[in-house]
Design a protein around this ligand. Structure first.
Ligand code: ADP
Ligand code: MG
Length: 523
């Protein structure tokens, strides 16, 4: 703890005190009186035992969200879902509830070799997947997407992606082998069929010119054609939430929700077809359900979450690539969590409540407190704050006390818990809406995977929020983005071959056959 008496009690820190004290301060019209009042408060504070601790708690209070507020968030999420699902309200909805044209989960009979791409925000991967029923073999390679390409032109991005595929084909000695490809493209897309996905808006760290409003399959095919050195055919585009769900459903038939907690956050779930007003399919053909990609990251973009947002959330949003957008995502996901923690730490340093008022140049740099630090710091249990001190070292913080370690761990824990609880409100809403007696939620993303308590925090809060009697599991989905894309590509490939076979038969007959084969494209 900073040495007693060093804490500067200025107007800013007084703002973090209880509303009653702020009222007194606000009633002081005269500047001299206000300053006098400040002195009195300062003196009063110092007779409160452990007042520095109290000031720390005051700074952190906005991150503690009441149970009734989580219930309200769940209700608001449901309103947003319904607005997105209905044809007449979808145009103005922030949560878009995109139909995916995926109408059932895999049945375990999928076979063959497939390529998959996974573009999710942080990593770009190319995968070779061989499906032999339940047996799945994968080989993958991560390729870097440089910052200048993430913020460059669409042509540069897709040329880069095509180059990575080509390198992968060479290194895996695939030559000009004709391979079907499934593309996990984890940005909001209005899907017009399995192989047609129009990007509505870039999110996370991407902003490539000339891609919004375009079909990303066409852009990929054009880039492949420009190179002219491979025979790759993109048959399906899916979202990573769908990938997680598909991959988990391959072995768990109860799996009906896909959740991502990585660079960003999003969820998909199985909706009854009569509620999917936006998809252009005939209800009498095939399965009576469809996966909906909620794109819930945009929840709150109309201001409905402002009652729980903090000054730090607003700061992160203001300095992002997409101010005013993806408000729910910015309170939860990996791309933003470290920065929220950093802003709070900076505030505590500025008030001499942390590191004796001395930060470091790195701590004051935007984006320099990585979300993985949160996991590392919260993993310290009875080990003399080994990881925490290691993080301080990486941030070149010279002087720290055990109390500083305790405070930083507390900050991380409050902010990651709030994220886990907010995500639970979303999952609670989906589980209650589906109203199935038993559901497995497939979860993917590094935040969920590596944070030491995210799973437990979500289990506890979701349990509180779901209707009594509904059972659920949260299951880590291994490599969902790759396996899921391959599974969808496999079924799409089979559909195409069947389409050739049935070419001469009438269309209704063909449609019936497609429906029976689980996946269904827009007619
Ligand atoms: P993507 O979202 O691109 O598919 P990931 O699921 O791997 O990729 O998520 C990457 C994000 O996860 C990073 O941006 C980072 O914020 C966060 N992250 C990475 N490692 C950890 C970790 N150990 N603990 C918590 N979050 C992490
Ligand atoms: Mg991913």
């Amino acid at each position: 703890m900073a040495a007693c008496g060093k804490v500067e009690v200025n107007e800013d820190i007084l703002d973090t005190l209880s509303p009653e004290l702020q009222v007194i301060k606000k009633t002081m019209q005269d500047k001299q009186m206000r300053l006098g009042m400040q002195e009195i408060l300062k003196a009063l504070l110092k007779i409160v035992p452990d007042y520095e601790n109290m000031l720390v708690e005051n700074v952190l209070r906005p991150f503690i969200v009441k149970d009734e507020d989580y219930i309200r968030i769940m209700d608001l999420m449901l309103e947003n879902f319904n607005k997105g699902l209905h044809k007449e309200t979808n145009k103005d909805a922030r949560v878009k509830m995109f139909p995916t044209y995926v109408r059932a989960v895999p049945d375990g009979t999928e076979e063959g070799d497939y390529l998959a791409l996974d573009l999710g925000g942080t990593n770009f991967r190319v995968l070779l997947i061989s499906l032999r029923g339940q047996e799945v073999n994968m080989d993958s390679k991560i390729y870097l997407i440089p910052q200048n390409i993430m913020l460059g032109t669409g042509e540069q991005l897709f040329d880069h992606i095509a180059e990575c595929i080509s390198k992968f084909m060479v290194s895996h000695k695939l030559g000009r082998k004709k391979l079907p490809l499934g593309f996990t493209f984890s940005f909001p897309c209005r899907q017009e069929g399995l192989d047609k996905a129009i990007l509505t808006t870039w999110t996370k760290g991407f902003k490539c010119e000339g891609v919004e409003g375009e079909d990303i399959v066409r852009l990929l095919h054009e880039a492949i054609k420009r190179r002219g050195d491979m025979a790759v055919d993109c048959l399906a585009v899916i979202n990573d939430t769908v990938g997680a769900l598909m991959s988990c459903a391959h072995s768990d038939r109860q799996c009906a929700v896909g959740l991502i907690l990585g660079t960003g956050t999003n969820a998909c779930y199985i909706e009854r077809l009569e509620n999917v007003e936006l998809a252009n399919v005939k209800a009498e053909d095939g399965p009576r359900e469809m996966l909906i990609n909620t794109e819930w990251g945009a929840f709150g973009d109309d201001g409905c979450l402002d009652f729980v947002r903090t000054e730090y959330d607003r700061h992160v949003d203001k300095h992002s690539l997409n101010p005013g957008l993806q408000i729910y995502e910015k309170m939860i996901s990996g791309m933003y969590m470290g920065e929220i923690v950093r802003l709070v730490l900076v505030k505590l340093v500025k008030h001499s409540l942390l590191f004796g008022g001395q930060g470091s140049e790195l701590l004051f740099q935007r984006g320099r407190f990585y979300t993985k630090y949160v996991s590392e710091i919260e993993s310290d249990v009875d080990d003399g704050f080994k990881n925490t001190k290691q993080v301080f070292e990486e941030l070149e913080i010279d002087k720290s006390t055990e109390e500083d370690c305790r405070i930083v761990q507390h900050v991380c824990s409050l902010i990651s818990s709030r994220a886990a609880y907010l995500a639970s409100a979303g999952i609670g809403c989906i589980l209650n809406k589906m109203d199935r007696p038993e559901v497995t939620v497939a979860v993917d993303g590094s935040l969920y995977r590596f944070h030491p308590h995210f799973h437990d925090l979500m289990m506890e809060k979701t349990q509180q929020l779901v209707k009594p009697g509904l059972k659920f599991k949260l299951m880590l989905s291994h490599d969902g983005s790759g396996k899921g894309a391959a599974l969808v590509a496999a079924v799409a490939h089979r559909l195409r071959q069947e389409a050739h076979t049935f070419q001469k038969e009438d269309k209704s007959n063909l449609r019936r056959n497609l429906g029976e084969m689980n996946l269904y494209e827009q007619s």
